[in-house]
Design a protein around this ligand. Structure first.
Ligand SMILES: [Zn+2]
Length: 271
């Protein structure tokens, strides 16, 4: 499942590759993924020119002047760029063709979103309007994190995964974020000391930026069909049940944390 590093990288790639390209047509094969009827969607996007691409949380935004094309890969998928004569994948949910003949295909493994929203309507777009702070942005300071945790008894892992608080962290990167900070996922947010909050802030940045620097996960493809370099060997305790903790050698265990599973070192991350 793509998280912040993969989403940020795809947006960066689309910004570089698609800016100044104009949509000639759109073929939309899965109406459930759309926020508009397919015909209206295609009519509205045709003729629009990409002015740039950015991300917020797990959403990508293609800026089209008066409109925004919003993409979310859900559990995973591919957004692939194709030069005019390059073959297309067998399975796809949407195909955008640009005026120069190049194309952009979207394939969701399970379910994703393709929304077209006018710039004026964007603040009312429910799925993106309430997204929290970007943990790699300058706005995410130690003080900002401390303010999110203050006075709340919510478990720390729930806050990390709450997209309305911090946008872009999912289950996969959360295990090593908590391990690096030596925090048990079920610690109440308001129980963290100032030092622990600072450690958590550093850990969030290091874990996510480290994955960005490696091009994201190996199992997500970039715009050109290549996987990133972050593979299972890059994980410290995540999905390493029964293996030795890289710090103290204790066996990593898998525990239940609400609706999710967590991988922790029971010695380094005591409750
Ligand atoms: Zn340990």
């Amino acid at each position: 499942m793509p998280e912040l590093p993969e989403t940020l990288l795809r947006a960066r790639e689309m910004n570089a590759e698609l800016s100044r390209r104009t949509f000639a047509s759109a073929e939309l094969f899965q109406p459930k993924c759309l926020n508009l009827p397919p015909t209206e969607f295609a009519e509205r996007v045709t003729g629009a020119t990409v002015q740039g691409a950015t991300h917020r949380g797990k959403w990508m935004f293609l800026h089209l002047g008066e409109q925004e094309l919003l993409l979310n890969l859900g559990m995973g998928g591919e957004i692939l760029f194709h030069r005019p004569d390059e073959p297309l994948p067998d399975k796809l949910q949407a195909l955008f063709t640009f005026t120069d003949g190049s194309r952009l295909s979207l394939h969701f493994w399970w379910f994703g979103y393709i929304h077209l929203v006018s710039r004026a309507e964007l603040p009312q777009h429910k799925m993106t309007a309430g997204l929290g702070v970007d943990p790699l942005s300058d706005a995410f300071t130690v003080d900002a994190l401390a303010a999110l945790l203050a006075g709340r008894r919510t478990r720390i892992k729930s806050i990390l995964l709450d997209q309305s608080q911090i946008a872009g962290i999912g289950n996969m990167y959360s295990h090593d974020i908590l391990f690096r900070a030596r925090l048990h996922p079920l610690r109440p947010a308001n129980s963290l000391t100032a030092d622990e909050t600072a450690a958590l802030w550093r850990s969030i940045r290091e874990t996510l930026q480290g994955a960005v620097d490696l091009g994201g996960t190996h199992w997500e493809q970039n715009l050109y069909g290549q996987g990133g370099s972050f593979d299972m060997d890059c994980l410290l305790v995540g999905y390493k049940e029964g293996q030795a903790c890289p710090v103290c050698g204790t066996n990593v265990v898998k525990i239940k944390t609400g609706s999710t599973a967590s991988f922790i070192c029971p010695a380094c991350q005591s409750l």
